[in-house]
Design a protein around this ligand. Structure first.
Ligand code: ATP
Length: 320
């Protein structure tokens, strides 16, 4: 692993804008179950951080501790400059959250539920509630269904209403636990758009997902969790670059190329009619020189990036 992949326990360098949220040694146990096993999570201000991990890896528990909904067994949490859960009264007005079980009333309509949420927003003057509710419903595409009872909402509509509650007032930090759960592709695209809008106005976003594609599509940073531990975190682009660099070589003579590289002790294989060479202990010029020396014509050679998928698989393998 290169330097950009930080292991649990390695502190991140402070970004220029500081951190919107940060944990040190964060741990949560339920009896014998270790849900979160000493996590040092760093959320730079203005970033969209994807907390990525398989089911049961501790994402929701970490998010609940960030929000002060669950008290850590050990470790510290700081959100918007205040310790949590003790600073919750200061911090929470600046934080919008979508977590499991938002606690809406089943027999009230979407609009009535949201109005109840709006009434307890300290930053929202009473005279502004009606407009703020209408704006939030519009933003998540629930205006047409706003009069219907929450009880009859689909899972996707419930997710949207939860998101609307998180967006009632401008926030410094928005925390979304698996926001695309239960949404169809159009709903998923809308969530991505909302996250992009939040990012464009400087809001920090923390979003959990078990889907790599989701994180790749929406996030600037990623924190990868497996079995309660953080196995990597950092800038998404840097993490992508850090994963298994390789060279893809186009040639008319793939067989000859494989032989030539083997003769030079360079590991290569055929992939989609091209040569794929892992750049673990060899540089591209050496690879090309070996091929040219053996009379194998090189039409094109380019550096390949490992998709986050590769990296994710690699990291989770390492953690087991
Ligand atoms: N209240 C609780 N009581 C007992 N065990 C719990 C509780 N909450 C979480 N756990 C356990 O802690 C571990 C981590 O769960 P968590 O929900 O944080 O993971 P996750 O990555 O969010 O998974 P998912 O995507 O399935 O929600 C799991 O083994 C889970 O069963």
């Amino acid at each position: 692993m290169t330097g950009v992949v930080e292991s649990a326990g390695v502190a991140a360098a402070a970004p220029a804008g500081g951190f919107a949220a940060r944990t040190t040694g964060l741990r949560k146990t339920y009896g014998e179950t270790v849900a979160v096993a000493g996590v040092d999570l760093a959320v730079p201000r203005g970033a969209v951080v994807g907390v990525l991990g398989p089911n049961g890896s501790g994402k929701t528990t970490t998010i609940r501790m960030l929000l002060g909904l669950t008290r850590p067994t050990a470790g510290t949490v700081e959100v918007l400059g205040h310790p949590m859960p003790d600073g919750a009264a200061h911090v929470l007005p600046g934080v919008g959250a979508l977590v499991e079980g938002p606690g809406f009333h089943p027999f009230l309509s979407g609009r009535e539920n949201l109005t109840r949420c709006a009434a307890v927003e300290p930053a929202l003057a009473t005279g502004r509630i009606r407009d703020a509710v209408a704006d939030a419903l519009e933003r998540v595409g629930l205006t047409a269904a706003a009069h219907r009872r929450y009880k009859g909402y689909s899972l996707g509509m419930k997710q949207r209403l939860g998101l609307a509650a998180a967006l009632l007032v401008p926030r410094e930090l928005v925390v979304l636990d698996e926001p695309t759960n239960g949404l169809d592709p159009a709903g998923t695209r809308e969530i991505r758009r909302i996250i992009a809008d939040l990012h464009s106005v400087g809001t920090t976003v923390v979003v959990s997902s078990h889907l790599l594609s989701e994180v790749e599509a929406t996030c600037t940073h990623v924190a990868v969790m497996t079995r309660g531990s953080l196995v990597a975190q950092g800038d998404l682009g840097e993490l992508l670059e850090s994963g298994r660099p390789h060279l893809v070589v186009s040639t008319a003579d793939v067989e000859g190329g494989l032989h030539a590289l083997r003769d030079h002790g360079i590991a290569a294989r055929e992939e989609d009619g091209r040569l794929r060479v892992e750049l673990t202990d060899v540089d591209p010029p050496e690879v090309i020189a070996a091929l040219v020396h053996a009379g194998v014509g090189v039409h094109e050679a380019r550096r390949g990036r490992a998709g986050l998928e590769d990296l994710f698989a690699q990291l989770t393998e390492e953690a087991t």
